[in-house]
Design a protein around this ligand. Sequence first.
Ligand SMILES: [Zn+2]
Length: 72
Amino acid sequence: MDEADLAQKREQDMIKAALLGREKSLQSSNGKCIWCKEEAIVVDTAFCSAECGDDYNKYQREMKQRLGKQYQ
Ligand SMILES: [Zn+2]
C-alpha cells in the first residue's frame, strides 16, 4: 500500500463516517416515517419513501435559510 492508497482509504473512511453520522441523527423512534408519520419506514432509514426523504430535506433547508435570514 503506497501513499495514494492510504489517502484514498482515509477519504473513504471519512465519507463513511459522515454518512453513518447523518443516518444516526435521522432515525425514527417508533418505526414510522418521520416526515408523513403514517407509513412504516424502509429498513435503515427514517422515511417510508424517497419522496418523504426529499421533502424532509427540502423542509430542513428552507427552515435553515429562514432562520439564517432572521439572524442577519
Ligand atoms: Zn413518509
